[in-house]
Design a protein around this ligand. Structure first.
Ligand code: SAM
Length: 388
């Protein structure tokens, strides 16, 4: 694409899909690999008020859902394949070397290395999951085995550990490495046998689930767990409602995916029957910045592996995701929930207790405003029970 057609395409796309979409596509279509520093500065700087207004307000609200509708009707496999199935070595260039995790890490002091921060995150998740030998444990969206590996190290039980992914490349990676029991399976549409798992986890995965798919999925997962079983999630959550204009640009990177707003997300799991035993928020920005720096430092190798267009797309994606979190459009939510064991709760007399977090939230409109307006508790900070 020459410079004139690239510019004309960007103008057209800015008018139809919004200036963020047009600008990002213009950069991605650059025939040269983008310079990391210049791209970061361009995409994360403060904008002129007029440009900022356009960024938030165009296209208008009524057009937004219409514009993403086609993408959110397509099979999830298409979007996942577009994002992940390019080259496993490419991902090895910039994810952490210890686990290859593609989900937000914990940086309690901000000064940790990416490897240290992912290790802290893994330990925090293991403390919530408490995996034990003999338990049937399922990882939804198991990526490059980043959570399966430490769970296996903890339990020594490979037979009862399994994962689902929709990426053929990740499946190949698993076959070439640990050979865990990983299947190419859509965890949203699959039918789970009743009461077949002790523990289910999903890190960096629920943001691929569309808002209308979340409640039926929550019900399925509830049924799939044994009484007393647990579901542990870490996910990007949307704070901005209604649908922000920038959501259309997100379709460039994750076509067909759409994060659910915080309150609706929590309510779906509570309505399905789960009792929330842990919730905390994280800050994705440092993880994104680390990945960005590593990708930029490996530019030549990355281009050799996936080509200029894909390298540019990921470089631009990491800046845009940073901006998404910086602007408070979304944040990282960690939740641990249990399926109450009715037999046990009858015995201890706690069955009728209603301590629904969202019900409490609903009774307090002031808190709702507060939570929506100030989305960023400190890194890893757990909200007090009354803080929703
Ligand atoms: C951001 S990666 C996270 C990988 C891993 N959990 C981690 O923390 O590093 C998202 C993962 O979810 C998987 N995934 C997304 N939607 C899926 C679906 N509907 N069914 C199965 N896997 C899915 C992708 O294939 C990928 O493995």
């Amino acid at each position: 694409m020459n410079r004139i057609s690239r510019t004309l395409a960007a103008i057209y796309e800015s008018v139809v899909f919004g200036p963020v979409y047009g600008t990002l596509q213009y950069l991605i279509r650059s025939p040269e690999p983008l310079d990391p520093d210049a791209t970061w500065t361009l995409l994360t700087r403060e904008l002129h008020p007029v440009a900022d207004w356009a960024r938030w307000n165009w296209p208008p609200t009524f057009m937004r859902s219409f514009l993403v509708a086609a993408k959110t009707r397509q099979d999830h496999l298409i979007g996942i394949s577009h994002h992940y199935d390019i080259s496993n070595e490419f991902w090895e260039l910039w994810l952490d070397r210890k686990y290859m995790l593609y989900s937000s890490a914990d940086f309690p002091d901000s000064s940790e290395s990416l490897e240290q921060a992912q290790t802290i995150k893994v330990h925090a998740l293991l403390a919530l999951i408490q995996p034990k030998a003999g338990e049937r444990i399922l990882d939804l969206g198991s990526g490059w085995n980043g959570m399966l590996r430490p769970i296996y190290e903890e339990t020594g039980d490979k037979k009862n550990l399994s994962g689902y992914t929709l990426s053929q490349y990740q499946l190949d990676y698993n076959r070439a490495h640990e050979g865990f029991n990983v299947e190419l399976r859509n965890f949203i549409t699959t039918e789970y046998p009743e009461e077949s798992f002790d523990k289910i986890l999903a890190t960096g995965t629920m943001e691929h689930v569309r808002p209308n798919e979340l409640y039926p999925l929550a019900v399925k997962l509830f049924r799939a767990l044994k009484p007393g079983g647990s579901l542990t999630l870490q996910t990007n959550i949307r704070l901005a409602t209604p649908l922000p204009a920038t959501v259309i640009a997100a379709q460039i990177f994750f076509p067909g995916s759409m994060a659910t707003p915080l309150i609706r997300f929590v309510r779906h799991f509570e309505r399905a029957g789960f009792r929330i035993v842990h919730r905390s928020f994280g800050d994705y920005r440092l993880t994104l910045r680390h990945w960005f720096m590593r990708l930029g430092a490996n530019r030549d190798r990355a281009v050799a592996l996936v080509g200029v267009r894909a390298y540019n797309r990921f470089l631009v994606y990491l800046c845009s995701a940073w901006r998404w979190h910086h602007d408070g459009v979304g944040t990282v939510l960690r939740l641990s929930m249990i399926k109450p064991d009715l037999y046990k709760c009858q015995q201890n007399g706690l069955c009728g207790r209603t301590d629904s977090i969202t019900a409490r939230f609903d009774r307090s409109p002031a808190r709702q405003d507060q939570a929506t307006a100030s989305p960023r508790p400190a890194q890893g900070q757990s909200t007090p029970a009354s803080g929703w």
